[in-house]
Design a protein. Structure first.
Length: 267
């Protein structure tokens, strides 16, 4: 805990004091730069005691829709430390104190699942990113889970990406499954009780979640990038979603059990 306090004061705070105003100017000027967000997430991993291991790699030089499982608030920091992506998050994140401000600096796309009229705006923002050969990451379950298994993916999110592709005229788009797994805590396999703490599910307040994050031990986190597949605006969104969901589930089971990842052939 002492290390984290000193790290926060002498490293994290200076990084934020320099990085936040700089990133604010970059976003206001409409410039594209992932250096500061990646640096912020890497420093965040050290501060929160996360050792990130990467298997595979994100698709490069093409518009990419990444579909991932979701376990904890720290998923964003772990993934953001190893990949340049635009996150899609619930509007509740935007309204969260400080977290929303930081997310907006990274040009997070917000979606309101309860308002169909919000779809057009979301699609337009996704279209802009994809048209620039960018990568957009969806937490396709739509909510957090303990990390023991994968909840059904929302095909509507993939459908929104397809609509965005059509609107932007994006070509050669790939869909890529991504699995995040918290495998060890303080060098020991993660138990069910540990998973509840890591995910924050069951915590009575946001303050309690933050406290658990700051006081928990060193966590080993694996980010596994699956097989990229081509996607068009006319593909069956439910089929695409099932394929991505199945691959993420298989990878999560293997990572949780310490087994080699299953080999999946590309399309």
């Amino acid at each position: 805990m002492i290390f984290r306090i000193l790290f926060f004061i002498f490293i994290y705070v200076p990084v934020m004091l320099v990085g936040i105003p700089s990133q604010f100017v970059i976003t206001r000027l409409g410039l594209e730069s992932n250096f500061l967000p990646r640096l912020f997430h890497k420093v965040g991993c050290i501060f929160l005691g996360m050792r990130v291991t990467v298997i595979g790699e994100p698709a490069h030089n093409r518009p990419t829709l990444l579909t991932a499982n979701h376990i904890s608030w720290t998923d964003i920091i772990a993934i953001g430390s190893v990949a340049d992506v635009t996150f899609v998050a619930k509007t509740g994140v935007r309204d969260a104190f400080f977290v929303g401000f930081m997310a907006s600096l990274q040009k997070t796309i917000y979606v309101d699942y309860n308002r169909r009229t919000d779809t057009k705006r979301t699609n337009a923002e996704m279209a802009k990113r994809l048209a620039r050969n960018g990568a957009v990451l969806l937490f396709a379950e739509g909510h957090r889970d303990l990390g023991n298994h994968v909840q059904p993916f929302r095909s509507a999110l993939v459908g929104a990406a397809q609509a965005a592709m059509k609107e932007a005229g994006a070509r050669d788009v790939a869909i890529q499954p991504v699995t995040i797994a918290y495998t060890r805590l303080q060098g020991m396999p993660v138990s069910r009780a540990d998973r509840a703490t890591i995910s924050g599910i069951g915590s009575k307040s946001f303050k309690a979640v933050v406290k658990d994050l700051l006081t928990s031990g060193v966590k080993d986190v694996t980010i596994a990038f699956g097989t990229p597949r081509p996607i068009t605006d006319t593909d069956d969104r439910k089929k695409l979603t099932r394929i991505a969901e199945t691959e993420v589930r298989r990878m999560l089971v293997s990572l949780n059990r310490g087994l080699p990842l299953p080999v999946v052939s590309g399309a």
